[in-house]
Design a protein around this ligand. Sequence first.
Ligand code: SAM
Length: 415
Amino acid sequence: MSLNEGSGPSLRLKSWTQDEHIYALHTITLRSSSSATSTTIPALLHPSMIPLLPSSASTVTAIQSPCFELKQTASKGVGMFATRSISPGELIVVENPVAILPNKPLTFNCTAYDELEALILDDRRAEMLTLTNCQDRTKCPSDVEGIARTNALNIILKMPVESREWSAEERHYGGIFLKIPRCNHSCGPNAAHKWNLATMSSTLYAVRPIANGEEITNTYADPTDSRAKRMAHLQEHYGFTCDCPSCLLHSTATEQKIAQSDIARELLRTWFSLHPSFSKWLSDPCLPDDFVISSHKYALELIEQEGIQGMEGPFLEEIAMCYAVLGQKEEFSWWAKRVISRCALEDVEMVTRMQAMLKWVEEGEFQCRTKTRRPKTPKEMNKIRWGVRKRGKQQNQARPAESSCEVLDMTLLID
Ligand SMILES: C[S@@+](CC[C@H](N)C(=O)[O-])C[C@H]1O[C@@H](n2cnc3c(N)ncnc32)[C@H](O)[C@@H]1O
C-alpha cells in the first residue's frame, strides 16, 4: 500500500492506494438534531464516494428509556439483555458510527488505521477501545482494525445516480458502532440491524417477541448457510464455537435433525429464484390463485422453525400484495398490518407503500395503486390495481372456447 499526500484524485485529502483502489481519509460532519453542536465521523473511503454522501444527515437522538442493559455473561463476554418485553419490529437502539473503514483489510503496516483512529472524538474513542478484539495481534496489530474486524457492521454507500457500475470496494464499508456490536451472536437471532444511508445510522430492532431478561441476539453469519458452514465462519472470523439452540441440535438430537435444518435454510436461500414470486405469479394466469400465498406461508413456517424471523419481510409483503390483486380485503388488511408492525424499521419505503394501500382499502377506495416490490421489466413497472387478478379471471371465464392460460392478457388489466 502506498501513501499519496496532497496530490492526485483525492485533492487535498490524505489517501492510500491498495490493489489499484484509492482510500482517502475524510471526515463526515453530522449536525446535532437538538443543539448547535456537531459530531464528526472519520472515514476511509474511495474518493468518488465523498461528494455523494448525504449532506444533511444529523446525529440520531439517544432513546430516552432504553429497553436493554449490557451485562457480563459467563462465556461470551459482554452481552445485551432486555430490561422489559420487546415486540417484533420494535426499535432497540439507533446510533451513528464512530468510524467507517474499508471492508477489505488494508495491508500490514498501513498507517491509515492510526490516522483514522486519531480523528475519532476522545470520548467515543475511549468507549470504542472497550469493544472486543478477537483478532490475532501478530496478524492484525492495529487496535482499530482488530476492533473493526470483530465488531463492524456492513455499510453500503448507495449512489444517487446509478448510472455506472460501482465496485464492491467503492460501495461496501464497515462501520464501528458502540452499542449494537454488544449483541452476541445466535443462528436463530431475536434481533436484526439495518443501515440507513440518509440518516447515516444503524438501527437494531426486534424480529420476534423478546422477554424481559432475555439476551438480545443478532446473527454474524448468513442464516441460510448450513450449520457446518456457519460454525466454520464464526470460528474463523470471531474465534468462538456457537452453542445456540440451532447449533446444539448436534448434541441433543440426531444427525437427521441437522440435515433437516440445513435443508430448510438452503431452501430459504434459494426461495425467490426457485419459487414464483408475486410479480411472476401476477403475469402468469396458469398459476393457481393461492400459489404464492401458500408457498410463502410454507417459507414462513420454515423461518419460524429455524428461528430466523429477520428473513420474513419480503414474504409478508408479497402475501399482502397477492391478497390485494385478488381483491380480498380482510386478508389483505391482516397481512398489511403484519408488514407494517413487523417491518417499520427494516424497510421504510415498503412500509410507507403498504400504509398508503391499507388506508385506501380501509377507506373503500379500491382503485389503490402501488408498484411491485422490485420491478424488473417495463411491464412490472406498471401500476397494479386492486382485485386485478380476480377481475382478469372473471373476464377470462366469460370468453368462450379458449384455453384459460392463453387469454388472460394482464397488459389490459394493469395500467
Ligand atoms: C461483536 S462482539 C460481541 C460483544 C462481545 N461479547 C463483547 O464483550 O463486547 C463478538 C465477540 O463476542 C463473543 N461472542 C459473540 N457471540 C458469541 C456466542 N454466541 N458464543 C460465544 N462467544 C460469542 C466472541 O468473543 C466474539 O468474538
